[in-house]
Design a protein around this ligand. Structure first.
Ligand code: CMP
Length: 138
């Protein structure tokens, strides 16, 4: 069934000029853009968004990274969106990501891995609501 996932093109991807190429790949893979904007997370935003990682050793670096410049936030719709988008982006560590995946093509490291994809329908809903109001979803 059609469902939705949430994604961010992270600051490294935006800095390197990969917005167009990544969106092209997402569209070519059958995802419909429901919502999208260029935005920048505050420190509080990133601490809240990544609260599940707050005890991890990389948490401070993750917050610093995700707030250092603009991101593209978007909601995507497709059959099986959450799982299929995670397949499209590839493993968290680009070194382990399959050939042709977004992280394999555009990410440099496990910490700066170019793109976010929700890991469940429930988190897709929570993350979408974090960044978008109902009137920004189409
Ligand atoms: P993502 O899986 O989208 O969300 C959590 C982020 O934390 C992850 O992408 C990376 O950006 C970062 N991350 C995950 N694991 C590590 C790690 N071992 N070292 C550094 N950063 C990490």
């Amino acid at each position: 069934a059609k469902n939705r996932t949430f994604t961010m093109l992270k600051p490294d991807a935006v800095e390197k000029g990969h917005i167009g190429a990544i969106l092209e790949k997402i569209s070519a893979s059958g995802f419909r853009i429901v919502a999208m904007k260029l935005t920048q997370m505050t420190t509080k935003d990133a601490q809240n968004f990544y609260a599940v990682h707050s005890e991890r050793p990389f948490f401070a670096d993750l917050v610093e990274y995700m707030t250092r410049g603009p991101i593209v936030a978007a909601i995507l719709e497709k059959d099986n969106a959450v799982e299929d988008f995670r397949t499209l982006i590839g493993a968290t560590n680009p070194a382990d990501a399959a050939e042709g995946t977004i992280r394999k093509m555009f990410a440099d490291s496990i910490s700066e891995n170019a793109v976010h994809g929700s890991d469940s329908d429930e988190n897709a809903f929570i993350e979408s609501a974090f960044h978008f109001s109902g009137r920004e979803m189409f």
